[in-house]
Design a protein around this ligand. Sequence first.
Ligand SMILES: Cc1cc2nc3c(=O)[nH]c(=O)nc-3n(C[C@H](O)[C@H](O)[C@H](O)COP(=O)(O)OP(=O)(O)OC[C@H]3O[C@@H](n4cnc5c(N)ncnc54)[C@H](O)[C@@H]3O)c2cc1C
Length: 412
Amino acid sequence: MNITIIGAGVIGMTSAYYLSKEGHDITIIDKGDGSDNCSFGNAGYISPSHFIPLASPGIVAQGLKWMLSNTSPFYIKPRLDASLIRWGLKFYSKSNEKTVAKNAPHLNDILQLSRNLMIDMDKEFDHGFRLEQKGCLMLYKSEKTGKHEIELAHEARRFGLETQILTAHQVQQMEPEVAVEVMGGVYFPIDCHLHPGQMMKSLYSKTQKEGVKILFSHEVEDFETQSDQVKAVITNNGKINCDQLIIAAGSWLEIVSKKLGIQLLLQPGKGYSTTYVKRSKNLQHPAILVDDRVAVTPLGTELRIGGTMELSGINSKIEMNRVSPIVHAVNTYFPDLHLDVQPIEKIWSGLRPCSPDGLPYIGRSPHHNNVIIAGGHAMLGISLAAATGLLIRQLVQKQKTEISIDPFRIDR
Ligand SMILES: Cc1cc2nc3c(=O)[nH]c(=O)nc-3n(C[C@H](O)[C@H](O)[C@H](O)COP(=O)(O)OP(=O)(O)OC[C@H]3O[C@@H](n4cnc5c(N)ncnc54)[C@H](O)[C@@H]3O)c2cc1C
């Protein structure tokens, strides 16, 4: 089959990886140059621990409180945008116990499947992703956050996840190289992490060796259709014919899908990261500094830190007033690290493709018989990439899917 995939992010690439094993003729189209997108500079967590969707009770009240501060980890740029308003209303209506109880088991299933597949893929790629199975620490400084994290740990156990509730002393023992200033932590041994940039480079080189064509600097502008079939993709660099189309355009998913009359709700959630090289002392485990919503990832002798969720539309502008609090937070948890705020050229930004209910979109277009959508993975794109790629292959091949994809359908 002649398959065209729009988007050379992690979701498009894992789809290509699984499909190329079946001998299909695959072309990936991307408007970028292959050196960056949201899949490159993120924190690299593979997080079965994140089985509670972003839309959950308390998040709206917390978000409104954060909105009042220009240095907080969450920000919505006020604007009259119909898509943002529809998304916000849906997010609000989904942030309740009932929806979390319904969605968390599905998120748990796909997270667990994806973790195992990603470990296999890294092995097959001669550890080119630099994947490490060291777990992840959720660290907290306040009693209120601790109570919440411990409740989550108990909930995780009900889902069969191993968790360890740690005192400050026990956290310190796990991080012998640096002083740790916390009230306590919860450890999820099942979590893993990898080097996202290395993972993307490995995916590009391995799939190309397997015969996948990647056309960078090709921006999708329109489609050629015949009844319920997409016949070709029109780009600024020419027309590409297809038997099967997969749209994996990250934060541009809503815009690209709309050209085919497919309506879905999606908002780009901007986040930042910055990487410190050649650390003489480093962390041994990735950690989330829960009170401040900051992620820290040791990558060999490098240390990457990141955070913030800015709903300010499609833009990659770096707001230093939101970057400095990330650095400050890390220094308050790990005072020995003495991190400086790096210059703006060393700050990376990426757009998380956020669906309003915290589940990805994986399924067929309701209006076409040869279009599949894969996206909206928000803060879990790396965690869910391998399972998404496998499910896309099973959808294309019209096979029974590994897990039910009904919860992820486009018109849910
Ligand atoms: C600070 C930060 C930290 C994060 N940490 C983690 C983490 O630890 N773990 C985790 O699981 N996730 C994490 N994420 C989320 C993760 O990075 C994303 O979910 C994931 O990268 C999304 O992948 P994608 O392939 O859908 O999109 P992208 O990587 O953005 O790829 C989409 C591609 O589509 C292309 N495209 C769009 N429109 C067009 C068009 N019209 N024509 C041609 N090409 C087009 C774009 O150029 C782009 O290359 C983090 C994100 C951020 C910002």
